[in-house]
Design a protein around this ligand. Structure first.
Ligand code: NAD
Ligand code: WQD
Length: 363
């Protein structure tokens, strides 16, 4: 337990603490963008999330945002998930208080460009943390595992919408390779360990923020993803947005993606945990997307109409490595989990802008 620092103690008079103790869920990377929104949804569904995060790509003030939304504190272990002995301490501490219902593993590095410059950092963190976590779960007999995978495993699929039977194509980046490798590692562990039940959740493009503006995406430095760059450019904090290419074989020439509100994505994790509880040695890959493709120009238009503000932008050359078009066939998630997206693109873009404005007011 030496490396384990309990920063926040869970306490709340408004919830039945006895029930929640038996529904503890370990959320690695729970201080990050998708993890923090999932923590909110887990509490709403009666689970007791326990965050394990080393703040390598987040800031402890996320905990303040969570407290404002939830009106309670969340327990956090400031631990590196590659450190198996520290993870062991986390599990022992939780098990003293009750059951561990499952583990959601968000913790990873995710910057595609950086992964090309520093592949070893990505291999060791993303694959190392997954191996350490699986070993710790096995040691303590914890069986339910929800993994953050990505549509990047498909590359440019031959058919869109893409379903889960599409083959993996050679990864475009070391980051993409770590997601493919982790899926392989997890399915091998599943074959070897009878207690393991797994969902491999392949996210499409998460955007948006909690409507309160208390939590959202906090990209450190120059944002690589479309929406953080777009909101910062619109706020005047960056040069105009460059649309990366308008000569693709798509209706308006710009790339097409499946943008999913982060709250819908977070709710899918709750649905996955509930589903896993009833399984007996399952391992399923599931696409999490809206099923709709939007081009870069359509996103700009939707942002402008949702927020009544124009987005400064220019057309530039293609970005190397971009796939032309990809969006999800999310039928399997609907059939298995009873989950589907409820938020529109415009709602997500409204929440993204609200988050950006609040960030400026508070920083
Ligand atoms: P994020 O960087 O906001 O959150 C990741 C969190 O994990 C951060 O708080 C970071 O501090 C923490 N972390 C990283 N390595 C750690 C380690 N070794 N030990 C403890 N904590 C560690 O990223 P996000 O956007 O919330 O992504 C979450 C997951 O979803 C990642 O696995 C990512 O690859 C995957 N994913 C993200 C997207 C996306 O576009 N955001 C798309 C597909 C998949
Ligand atoms: C979206 C679209 C760009 C920025 C990445 C990862 C993928 C997954 C999701 C984790 C593209 C265009 C962008 C800009 C632009 N992450 N764009 N100008 O590339 O679909 O996927 O995030 O698993 O692995 O690769 O997302 O947000 O970078 O780009 O025109 O300044 O916006 O060309 O068409 P992408 P993105």
């Amino acid at each position: 337990m030496q490396n384990v620092t309990v920063v926040y103690e869970a306490m709340n008079a408004m919830v039945n603490f006895e029930t929640m103790k038996s529904q503890q869920v370990i959320v690695t990377g729970g201080a990050g963008y998708i993890g923090s929104h999932t923590v909110v949804e887990l509490v709403g569904a009666g689970f007791e999330p326990i965050i394990v995060d080393n703040f390598s790509n987040s800031h402890p003030r996320v905990l303040d945002g969570l407290e404002r939304i939830l009106n309670r504190k969340i327990q956090l272990f400031d631990v590196d998930c590659c450190d198996e002995s520290a993870l062991n301490g986390v599990f022992e501490s939780c098990l003293k208080r009750g059951n561990i219902t499952g583990v959601i593993h968000f913790a990873a590095f995710k910057a595609v460009g950086e992964s090309t410059a520093e592949p070893l950092k990505y291999f060791s963190n993303n694959i190392g943390s997954t191996a350490a976590l699986l070993a710790t779960m096995h040691r303590h007999g914890v069986g339910s595992f929800v993994f953050s995978s990505s549509c990047t495993v498909y590359g440019q699929p031959e058919q869109i919408p893409v379903d889960e039977t599409a083959p993996f194509l050679p990864a475009e980046s070391p980051y993409g390779y770590t997601k493919q490798a982790c899926e392989r590692l997890i399915s091998d562990a599943h074959s070897a360990h009878a207690e393991l039940n797994v969902t491999l959740l392949r996210y499409f493009n998460p955007i948006g923020a909690h409507p309160s503006g208390d939590i959202g995406e906090l990209p450190l430095g120059h944002p690589n993803n479309l929406i953080p760059f777009l909101t910062q450019a619109t706020a005047g904090l960056r040069d105009p947005l460059t649309v990366f290419g308008n000569d693709y074989p798509t209706p308006d020439g710009t790339c097409v993606r499946d943008y999913i509100h982060v709250i819908d994505l977070a709710r899918a994790h709750v649905a996955a945990l509930n589903w896993l509880k009833d399984q007996n040695h399952a391992c399923e890959a599931l696409n999490l997307g809206t099923g709709n493709g939007s081009s870069v120009l359509q996103v700009i238009e939707a942002f402008e109409s949702a927020n009544g503000i124009s987005v400064p932008h220019t057309i530039g050359p293609r970005r190397p490595g971009d796939v032309t078009a990809i969006f999800a066939d999310a039928k399997k998630a609907k059939d298995l989990l009873g989950w589907e997206c409820e938020h529109s693109l415009q709602e997500a873009l409204k929440d993204s802008w609200n988050w950006q404005k609040k960030l400026e007011q508070t920083s």
